[in-house]
Design a protein around this ligand. Structure first.
Ligand code: ATP
Length: 325
């Protein structure tokens, strides 16, 4: 979308009516340009009502991410993060990986209002719509090598649940290795990508996509059960407050992980495990499946699956878990 479209969206952001003439005057452009930009918004799936005599109004008001509001809600952690907010980008992880390669600092963060090619694991896509969720990435530099980082995506899940708990978004549960669910529907996804080698220092980009209000059109695009905060709570939380809570809890959990590793977070993870002691199957990279009962996770974050041949460990890399119940 063009930057003019975002200027119009910001004018309409609070959900009140504005006439084409008023917007044209405010932005110093012609009404024809406003009309063109409104058309491009329509094509991008942003729903705008037009009422003759009153003007245009956004169907769903947008609370834009705002540096000042986030800093306030970060409380004592304000100033710790180097945060960039982008109107649009293909993927916050891709942008931050590039910045990391150019030397971006520890705790650099990129949040994107409209993400057009959000990434999941193994080339899958994370879809979202403007104002309907949060999409951001955080850079964490570890002195230990990549070998130390098994269990990191699980630790991040713990941080997300702590933030939800603070925001009174209750009932979230963790699915190994990288999802937050509510009633077996996917609420948030985590994607960890890293630069560095197995033994030396490494830069880790932690991407988070969270659904606040998906809307029917987006829900229909997702090929597995999905949900959003609005369906869970009947409310739309402040995006800025929730984002700041996520950053604060990520900071605490990542500090803890850095010092004590996943073992110190394992019990908390298991207390919120969606599939603890339940029958599941694992999809293996070669397309085969392994059935069993999940007995939780090990100190390194490996999944423990019990079958007739005993308990087998699975590391997260290429394995996908699916519930059977
Ligand atoms: P795995 O168990 O291997 O992690 P996954 O299907 O959850 O499997 P991910 O790579 O974690 O895969 O996430 C990408 C998948 O998430 C997509 O293929 C799609 O099924 C689903 N998805 C995409 N966007 C959303 C969204 N906004 N909300 C919920 N689920 C989504």
């Amino acid at each position: 979308m063009k930057s003019l479209a975002f200027s119009i969206l910001r004018l309409l952001g609070d959900g009140s009516f504005r006439s084409g003439e008023e917007m044209a005057h405010h932005l110093g452009i012609s009404r024809a340009s406003i009309w063109q930009a409104l058309k491009s918004l329509d094509e991008a799936g942003v729903e705008i009502f037009r009422v003759p005599g009153r003007g245009y109004r956004l169907r769903d008001p947008i609370e834009w991410l705002d540096q000042q509001a986030i800093a306030t809600a970060l409380r004592e952690k304000a100033g710790k993060f180097d945060l960039e907010i982008l109107d649009q980008a293909d993927s916050s992880n891709r942008i931050l990986l590039n910045k990391a390669a150019l030397g971006a600092p520890h705790r650099a963060c990129v949040a994107v209002e409209l993400q057009s090619a959000g990434r999941g694991r193994r080339g899958r896509q994370w879809v979202s719509r403007l104002g309907g969720g949060l999409a951001f990435s955080l850079l964490w530099r570890f002195d230990q090598g990549a070998g130390f980082l098994s269990g990191l995506s699980l630790a991040v899940g713990v941080a997300l649940l702590r933030a939800f708990n603070e925001a009174k978004i209750e009932g979230g549960a963790l699915k190994w290795p990288n999802d937050v669910q509510h009633q077996y529907r996917k609420l948030a996804g985590i994607l960890i990508e890293m630069q560095g080698d197995v033994s030396g220092p490494c830069a880790v980009v932690i991407g988070v996509g969270l659904n606040l209000q998906l809307g029917d059109a987006l829900l229909a695009q997702i090929d597995q059960p999905a949900t959003d905060v609005y369906s869970m709570t009947g409310q739309n939380p402040s995006r800025n407050t929730l984002f700041a809570a996520l950053l604060r809890h990520l900071d605490d959990v990542l500090e803890q992980f850095d010092q004590s590793g996943f073992p110190s977070l394992r019990d908390e993870w298991q207390a919120h495990h969606a599939y603890q002691d339940q029958p599941v199957f694992l999809l293996m990279p070669d397309g085969s499946r392994r059935d069993g009962i999940v007995r939780g996770v090990a100190d390194d974050g490996a999944l423990l699956l019990e079958s007739s041949s005993g308990i087998t460990r699975y590391i997260s890399g290429e394995v996908s878990l699916r519930g059977l119940a």
